[in-house]
Design a protein around this ligand. Sequence first.
Ligand code: ADP
Ligand code: F6P
Length: 332
Amino acid sequence: MGSGVNTIGVLTSGGDAPGMNAAIRAVVRQAITNGKKVKGIRRGYAGLLHEEIEDMTTHSVSDIISRGGTILQTARCLEFKEEEYQRQGAEICRKFGIDGLVVIGGDGSFKGAQKLAALGVNTIGVPGTIDLDIACTEYTIGFDTAVNTAMEAIDKVRDTSTSHERCSIIEVMGRGAGYIAMWCGIANGAEDVLLPERYNYDEQALVNHIIDGRKRGKQHHIIVNAEGIGHSASMAKRIEAATGIETRATILGHMQRGGVPTAKDRVYASTMGCKAVDLLCAGKTNRVVGYQHGEFLDFDIDEALGMTKDLDEYQVQICYSLGNADYVNVPE
Ligand code: ADP
Ligand code: F6P
């Protein structure tokens, strides 16, 4: 392995995600194994600007792999979008001897990482967001845990929905992306799934589907609604008025960001954290770690930020067809 950098900083930025601790642990331990010093930067770019920087040892990351959240804490720091503060951030890195930096976060955080790389701090991004909305990778830290948390919650809502013969709208996170919604749609066998990438806002079709299902003996109607569409409470009122069927909205919210990370999130986050350190040790900068077709890879951040991705169309179709098939198969 090449010599690369001497002191590696690590920070988490944007929304927290289960598995970020596993990534931090991997960065710290892989760096120390390679003879590097490690400094933890608290509260993302906000903490960098406030010089909330401390030495980390192998011991600093003991007992965290099973914990949700991020021990370094995280923040959204609007100032960091301005060049003046980016320069200040790069200066502070130099002041603390940080010549390599691992940024764990989403696309927004990678834009900050890109700026620091351009200002001479060797920087690598690791995708951490429950939303799965980073184009260069099929995996982001936290998605697996979040979708399992949402799935379990929706199963519970389904029980009460059936008991009361209600329609239930469950809103899941994802910002503008429908990955969590689509996965829950399939995993929970939802009757309807509203995806920001596909929904045509034809509420009458939704109403007809609910009424048809009820006529055929369905005891509940689960609608998974993505945050990117939102307005679940007002939608519930309109649906109840139009169908005469009691309708309730549940917004799962931040519970989806917490909790014990799944094995997948722990293992993938650990692998990505190590890979980020390996890249820095090999003298690389302005890269982002990704996962595609069964392989852990890295991409130029500029190229990664320019990529786009969409939901898998086949999965979108089965998400709809399996919901409908269930309803079609209920005997007359
Ligand atoms: P995520 O990283 O999950 O996409 P955000 O979009 O909230 O979350 O971004 C996290 C942080 O990254 C922001 O609060 C800001 O500090 C930094 N950031 C976002 N956009 C930029 C940008 N264009 N330039 C520099 N830093 C940015
Ligand atoms: O990016 C993760 C995420 O949880 C999104 O799904 C959601 O839109 C957003 O963060 C919520 O942000 P906040 O925690 O600031 O309310």
